[in-house]
Design a protein around this ligand. Structure first.
Ligand code: PAF
Length: 282
């Protein structure tokens, strides 16, 4: 396993390999790797000759200093875990300086309105930070295919938009949400949940699964109100939002239409840990 910390060194390595015709899959991460990440890496290795995994806790996408400071950093453990999948994976674990060169600021992007919905309303500047880091990583790694989990469905839509708007020659692929047996979506943040909150967290998926069932016969407003009531009864989880949105614009649905595709999105706090999830409705 080669671990690069310097962008010029990994760029040099990749360009030599590409000259030999080697294809590259790419899985960008913020580390604290779990089975969800590994499923992306496995898919990348299946569909490409090799795979780069970046491990970088990107400061410009955090709107909360405390969250940034407490974000788990487990590089040694991440490398060991990746080695169980394949020793041929390339890891890029840069410093903040290597990426931002003394100017740790996000660029400003327009993602045609996608950035103003859901997470954009509650995490100011988040998608400028995501756009900045992903664009830089794409420029450094120059992957053929990049893989992102659908747990961050809005992020995935925004990254597809980024590649399209900036003519970045990469195929951005979304991968199904990877869940524990309890239904809880894998997340690096799960490792920080205190026991009672950890036990309560599968309620999120259980509730959105029931919401999907109800969406067959009830309006989006009725389903939303039902979900809000269920969360109000749960003393371990505080709902930030539950939204039913159309998948291409991510705009909240006012009136259901048979020709459109919808998804339900949720963000909730388990103590001070923010968890998100989503589910296809039709
Ligand atoms: O989803 C994440 O882990 C991050 O937002 C990403 C895409 C690696 C950018 O920092």
């Amino acid at each position: 396993m080669i671990v690069f910390t310097n962008k010029l060194e990994i760029q040099d390595h990749i360009s030599k390999e590409k000259a030999k015709g080697i294809t590259f899959g790419f899985v960008p991460t913020m580390g604290a790797l779990h089975n969800g990440h590994l499923s992306l890496v496995e898919r990348a290795l299946k569909e490409n000759d090799t795979c780069v995994v970046s491990v970088f806790v990107n400061p410009t996408q955090f709107d909360n200093v405390d969250d940034l400071e407490k974000y788990p950093r487990t590089l040694e453990q991440d490398i060991t875990l990746l080695e169980t999948v394949s020793k041929t994976i390339l890891v890029y674990a840069p410093s903040v300086e290597d990426i931002y060169e003394g100017n740790t600021k996000a660029e400003h992007f327009s993602f045609d309105g996608l950035e103003f919905e859901m997470e954009g309303k509650f995490r100011k500047g988040h998608f400028d930070g995501v756009g900045t880091i992903v664009k830089r990583l794409f420029e450094i790694v120059t992957p053929d295919i990049a893989y992102f989990g659908e747990k961050d469905f809005q992020q995935l839509a925004i990254i597809k938009k980024l590649a399209q708007k900036y003519n970045i020659p990469v195929n951005v692929k979304g991968c199904k949400i990877y869940r524990e047996d309890s239904g809880l979506a894998y997340s690096s943040r799960n490792s920080r949940l205190k026991p009672d909150y950890r036990k309560a967290a599968p309620f999120i998926f259980k509730t959105i699964t029931a919401a999907k069932e109800k969406f067959g016969t009830k309006s989006a407003k009725e389903v939303t109100e039902w979900v809000e009531k269920q969360f109000a009864k749960n003393k371990f989880l505080e709902l930030e939002y539950f939204i039913i949105a159309e998948v291409t614009t991510l705009k909240t649905v006012k009136r259901k239409s048979k020709s459109k595709t919808y998804r339900a999105f949720v963000a909730a706090y388990a103590d001070d840990i923010r968890l998100i999830d989503n589910i296809a409705l039709n």
